[in-house]
Design a protein around this ligand. Structure first.
Ligand code: FDA
Length: 307
């Protein structure tokens, strides 16, 4: 119930306007967001790379409502990629992109988002790194996978995120478990109806394992995004059973969540990538993190009253 209410809030422009005016920038936001500026993102990336972690950077933003805003997001990514190149961090860092931030919801939005994503992929290729397309709510999945197919013609290493909670995802895993394909598998963070997604957490976990089996048995490059200790254990066992070299897949977690475990896995010799968001438009991202863990809500509420 609380999860659904929070996820409903994550799309409310009114609540967003109210909360983002409040001074909650310190503890709560800083736990999950690496900073507001590209300098802060690059500094946090350098620190994680120094500890042996890999990074994927998200310039925060989603549900763009104007062409100008979409253009600005694309430019921000091109700038970020240039900065990562200058800082010699593109061996460790790639970028993650939400197509809704690039204009996917505008009239003729798929075309606009594809053009912008193409520009970002070209900048990533010049910088020597890759792009992964985030997964948003289920109404965007077909469009996002269609943009992925177009991008992979010119940039075959472009990755995509699949959400285990969607009934369709086992099929999408089969389609994408091909040579050269990079697939990030997560549980799914949006408020989806029962008509398209499992809503029981045990069902979601079981679906995640079925998807793991498909991806880890295939010739692609699986990116296993979860903090769930049991699913990580199963993923590593399946990787061993499939005799996969440790550089043929990676584990992924979000910035600020289970950092000790991230480092422990690196120390054991695993590839671990941290999803690192930065920027001012943190509202939707933060509310999804609150919805994942009720304890975060009281942390957030305390920070509102203590300012
Ligand atoms: P689960 O929610 O069961 O958490 C397992 C344990 O992890 C918890 O018991 C707790 O210890 C810890 N934990 C998890 N979330 C926490 C939080 N917010 N705060 C504190 N502790 C927490 N989703 C999506 O729909 N589209 C996308 O593109 C992406 N992209 C993405 C990239 C990466 C790298 C990751 C790791 C995740 C995503 N997600 C996502 C989010 C994903 O769908 C899911 O909502 C979260 O990862 C939480 O699910 P877990 O698999 O971690 O399990």
């Amino acid at each position: 119930m609380l999860r659904r209410a929070l996820l409903g809030m994550s799309r409310s422009q009114g609540i967003k306007n109210l909360l983002t005016r409040l001074p909650v920038t310190s503890d709560v936001v800083a736990r999950f967001v690496a900073g507001e500026t590209v300098d802060q993102a690059v500094a946090a990336t350098r620190q994680l790379a120094g500890a042996g972690l890999k990074i994927t950077i998200d310039h925060l933003g989603e549900d763009t409502t104007s062409r100008a805003q979409a253009d600005a997001v694309a430019l921000a990514y091109v700038d970020l990629l240039g900065r990562l190149r200058e800082a010699e961090l593109t061996g460790a860092a790639e970028v993650s992109v939400k197509l809704s931030a690039l204009g996917q919801q505008l009239p003729d939005g798929e075309k606009i988002a594809l053009e912008h994503a193409h520009t970002i992929c070209a900048a990533a290729e010049t910088a020597g790194t890759t792009v992964t397309l985030d997964a948003e709510d289920h109404t965007t999945t077909d469009s996002t996978l269609s943009v992925l197919r177009e991008l992979r013609r010119d940039f075959p290493r472009t990755g995509a995120v699949l959400q285990a909670y969607l009934y369709r995802t086992e099929g999408d895993c089969r389609d994408l478990a091909v040579e050269g394909s990079r697939v990030r598998l997560c549980k799914g963070a949006y408020n989806e109806p029962e008509s398209v997604a499992f809503t029981d957490q045990h069902e979601v976990d079981r679906a995640y394992v079925r998807c793991l089996k498909i991806l880890l048995a295939g010739p692609g490059y699986p990116m296993l995004a979860t903090h769930d200790p049991r699913l990580i254990e199963i993923a590593l066992k399946l990787a061993r059973d499939n005799v996969r070299p440790v550089d043929s897949y990676e584990l992924q977690m979000l910035y600020g969540i289970r950092p000790t475990e991230q480092q422990r896995l690196v120390n054991l010799g695993h590839q671990v990538r941290v999803y690192l968001p930065y920027g001012n438009d943190w509202y939707g991202y933060l509310v999804r993190r609150l919805a994942e863990r009720p304890a975060n809500v009281s942390f957030f509420a305390r920070s509102l009253v203590s300012k």
